[in-house]
Ligand binder design. Sequence first.
Ligand SMILES: [Fe+2]
Length: 306
Amino acid sequence: MRKKIIPNYVMQHIQKNPQIGRRELAKAAGIPEGEARFYCRVYDEMNKEIKYKSRGVALFDIHYPVHDKACMNVIAEFLEDFKPDYLVYGGDQMHMDTISAFNIKKPKLIEGKRIKREYAGFQKDILDRFEAAIPKRCKKFFMVGNHEYRIERLIEKTTQFEGFIELKENLNLTDYTVIPFNDIFNIGDMHFAHGWYWNKYFSEKTLRVAQKMIFVGHVHTAQIHTAITPAYSLPKQCVGVGCLCNTNPEYMEDKPNYWVHQFLFWYMMDDGTFTYFTPLIINGRCIINGKLYDGNMGFKKEMPND
Ligand SMILES: [Fe+2]
């Protein structure tokens, strides 16, 4: 059993008189004043009125144009209902295979694909569509994933493209906070990164490195690792959130994978603590708060082998 932060022989005096000062408590419980001050502060912290403050949604690994259209329909409808204060794009919003190093000298793999067209499609089908579904007050974050980082890699090799092919030249991100590749940022106690590791137990490794409650994408699957230390009363987790792209894209060549469709939403208190939810979207559908979100409504779902 975990030790209580305030031992019973101290708590009984505080409960008798919640306004008790550190001197009085020290005398009554027979403890040093410094210790009494610590317990008074902890008690105040535990009993202060905490109010709900904000709510948010995070979307990882959309990989436009190999995104899952049914998932996009689910997200658009959920955003309208949920009215978030924060919208986080968690990285790999765009696939960028037209400029991938893997596709060099393989023209068949990029046949008919143009980066300009993909930018225009992403702006209209994802950014503009979701922007129309959220309130004006919503703060928006755009994390650069390893797929968007392909642009920087290309410019390193071919500097003459600088100023033409970057995200800021092709997408309207003026209202967005752009988070650089491999960086981390936080909203209250929640930390976000695109994801640095791809190993079997990536959530354990990420938590070991970040040492914060952190949410990541990158691996396209759901995985949670929880750690606890007696020095800190709250559990810490790394939550790996699934993707929103086609789980069987052409380039995977029907290889089995553990990708799942999933997204993250949360409610946050005014002290930065929060409650989070990570619904799985199965066959383009999910149920949240008793409401069915069916992303297949209104169009025939394109199956990989259609
Ligand atoms: Fe990804």
